[in-house]
Design a protein around this ligand. Structure first.
Ligand SMILES: [Zn+2]
Length: 454
């Protein structure tokens, strides 16, 4: 019986990784996320899939693969697909980004879901807000780097990598026919780049049959600058020191490296970093992970409490998890009073808070995520620029990518020297074939099509 790889997502697209590995009667899924532009032709302009219809609205447009024995009874309740007992043996989560996890919410709760211990802590924080795709999974099992997990005919060994969220892993999947290596998302230029080096060493040693490698930045033009987190600290520090007014930034609130970078920049520039209540909950959870160093809310960093409902900071206006910050957090008025001594993190959808804060003109905004790479991104950037200029602020782009450069991906693929290379999480799988001195063949995956690797 052959060893098969089927990519149900992440094939010729960035994000949406859904990779099924089949060895005889053993089936293992590596990630089960949503692509960034998946279903955009039906679900945009404010139209969203209805939660009441489970997976039904997704099946309608072919946005989820029809895999037998994968979905929960609830997810299939309003669909023509009949529920059957689990036939997929396990789902492995490489890291907690939504393009790798968000469709796990539809998976049968009886199927074991394996994730890193840090990922479980991040899940618990999101579960507090009711937004974790891993919620209600009866068998959420954890691993650390080097764990050996026996699943039917396969043995899966997670090895840590550096990425823009803690608890990121690649996997070595050992089968009777040979090994498959899956990189997950990775970079070498982050604070934990040595973890990715270690993953690479271990992967080379397995002399794999197949390598499934991400290639986010493999493109005809790599527009993402090779800025490191250390550069982010010094560039941010320059802005914080040269600007004598209010400074605020938007970035992915679960990017712990970025939070640490901004915290460090604030220490140097003698400002106080202010995070959202959600980020505060996440930091409190991650404090329990002895491998991570995170600032403590209401001690090392301040917490911003937005006005809600009555606008009077009444307990009843807030979720239970948020209430504890009412006493210790900063309100818009308190932010206004010490604006030149603070650096505030605001998610883009919370930009209207600036209306409440009423900062003096002449401040600075730091855009700390990827530069726009598609039309929606460009539209969003223009809106943010309008807000920033409306308040008389300067616009500064400071960001370190979560992904390795095209050159580094090429080096990794060449070093691992697999017989078959399957590019994933990239708009340009065809460019992998132009990598120099590759020994194996490159197979660009097509959505839902089997690739026989042995
Ligand atoms: Zn990622």
């Amino acid at each position: 019986m052959p060893l098969r790889v089927i990519c149900y997502g992440g094939a010729c697209e960035i994000g949406g990784n859904k990779i099924l590995i089949e060895d005889k009667d053993t089936k293992v899924l590596l990630d089960f996320g949503a692509g960034f532009s998946e279903g955009i032709e039906y679900f945009s302009a404010g139209i969203k899939p209805r939660t009441v219809n489970g997976a039904g609205d997704y099946f309608e447009f072919g946005l989820l693969p029809e895999i037998e024995g994968l979905y929960s009874e609830d997810a299939l309740a309003n669909t023509s697909i009949k529920y059957v007992r689990p036939e997929v043996d396990a789902v492995f989560v490489s890291h907690f980004h939504s393009d790798h996890t968000s469709r796990i919410e539809f998976v049968d709760p009886d199927i074991p879901v394996y994730c890193g211990e840090t990922t479980k802590l991040i899940h618990e924080a999101y579960d507090t807000f009711g937004t974790s795709p891993l919620r209600a999974k009866k068998k959420l099992l954890t691993f650390r780097t080097g764990s050996k997990l026996k699943i039917g005919n396969l043995e899966v060994v997670p090895i840590h990598v550096d990425h823009s969220i803690p608890g990121a892993y690649g996997f070595l999947i050992f089968s009777s026919a040979g090994t498959i290596v899956y990189t997950g998302d990775f970079r070498f230029h982050g604070p934990q780049g040595s973890m990715t080096e270690q993953f690479l060493e271990e992967a080379v040693r397995t002399r794999p049959l197949a390598l499934i490698s991400e290639g986010t930045r493999v493109s005809t033009q790599d527009t993402r600058r090779q800025t490191s987190e250390a550069d982010v600290v010094s560039m941010t520090c320059d802005v914080l020191e040269s600007c004598k007014k209010f400074v605020f930034s938007s970035f992915r609130g679960n990017d712990i490296d970025r939070i640490n970078s901004f915290y460090k920049a604030c220490m140097r520039a003698q400002r106080t970093f202010v995070v959202s209540t959600k980020t505060a909950v996440l930091l409190e959870k991650l404090k329990r992970d002895s491998h991570l160093h995170v600032p403590e809310p209401a001690k090392d960093v301040e917490v911003y409490v937005r006005r809600k409902k009555s606008g009077k900071f009444d307990d009843r206006d807030y979720s239970v998890w948020e209430r504890k910050y009412l006493d210790v957090g900063l309100t818009c008025e308190e932010i206004r009073k010490k604006q030149e001594r603070l650096f505030l993190h605001l998610d883009i959808w919370n930009l209207p808070e600036i209306i409440d804060i009423k900062p003096e003109p002449g401040g600075a905004y730091i855009h700390s995520s990827s530069e726009a790479f598609n039309e929606e991104g460009e539209e969003e950037e223009e809106v943010v620029r309008n807000w920033v200029s409306h308040f008389g602020f300067s616009y500064n782009q400071i960001h370190a990518s979560g992904h390795a450069s095209a050159f580094e991906v090429e080096g990794l693929v060449r070093n691992i020297s697999a017989q078959t290379v399957i590019p994933i999480h990239t708009d340009h799988p065809e460019l992998f074939a132009s990598f120099k001195n590759l020994k194996g063949k490159v197979v660009a995956p097509k959505k839902g099509e089997e690739i026989h690797v042995a």
